[in-house]
Design a binder for this molecule. Sequence first.
Ligand SMILES: [Fe+2]
Length: 237
Amino acid sequence: MKFIFASDLHANLPALEAFLAYLDKEGLAGLPLYFLGDYVNLGPFPEETVSLLRSIPAKVFLAGNHDRYVINEHALDHNPYFGSPEGVVHCRWTRSQLSPESLQWLKDLKVRHSFAEGPWKIDLVHGRHGSDEETLDEKGLEADRRIIYVCGHTHVPRVQAVRSCRIYNPGSLGKPLDRDNRASFGILEIDGDRESFTVVRIPYDIERAVRALADREVPWRLGIINSLRTAVYTDEE
Ligand SMILES: [Fe+2]
C-alpha cells in the first residue's frame, strides 16, 4: 500500500499545480493523500492555494504554525516566532487575502492524526507533539514500537530509523530549504513488515511565484524570493 505525504506549501500555487499534475501523470492521483500543514504565509497565492486544496479529496489536512498565526488575532499583533516585525505585517497581508470560507477551513484543521496499516501505526504531526514550532527529535518517541512518525515544518526531507520506529519528513512542497529548489513530497510504501519512504522532487515554475510576489507587492517578499530561488532560508529585506 502506498501513501502520499506533502507539507509546507506556503501559498505557492504553481508548486501545488505541478504536484497535482505529477500525481496524475504518474498514476498516483488515487492514492491516500495527507497534508501536514503550513498552507499559507510566505507565498503570493494564499486564497488560490486554499481554494484549490479545499477541492482535493485528501484524507487529512493537518494545521501548521503559519496556518495558526493567520487565524489568531494575537499572533497578528505580536509574534516572537518572526525575527522581524515585517513577518507580522506579512501575516496580516495573508489574512487580508483569504475569503471567510478559507479562513474557516484553516480554523477547522486538526493538529494530529494517526492510523494503522498492517503492523505499523502511522502518526502525523506538523512539528513535534505538543509544538508546531519545533522539530520532532528522537527523545520521547516510543522507539520500541512499530511507529512511523511523519512530520513537516523543517522544509528539509528526512529519512531516519530509530530502533523499531521511523521518522520521515517529505520536505516542503512550496518552499524547500535544503538547497534544492524543486518541490518536495514523499511516498510511503508499506508491505507487511516492510516499509520504505521515497522523497520525490519535481520542478515547477518558480518565476511565476516570484512575479506574483512582486505584482501583488507582498510584504517581506525579498527574503521569500531569495528562498524560493536558492532553497536557503533568509529573512533579509
Ligand atoms: Fe513551513
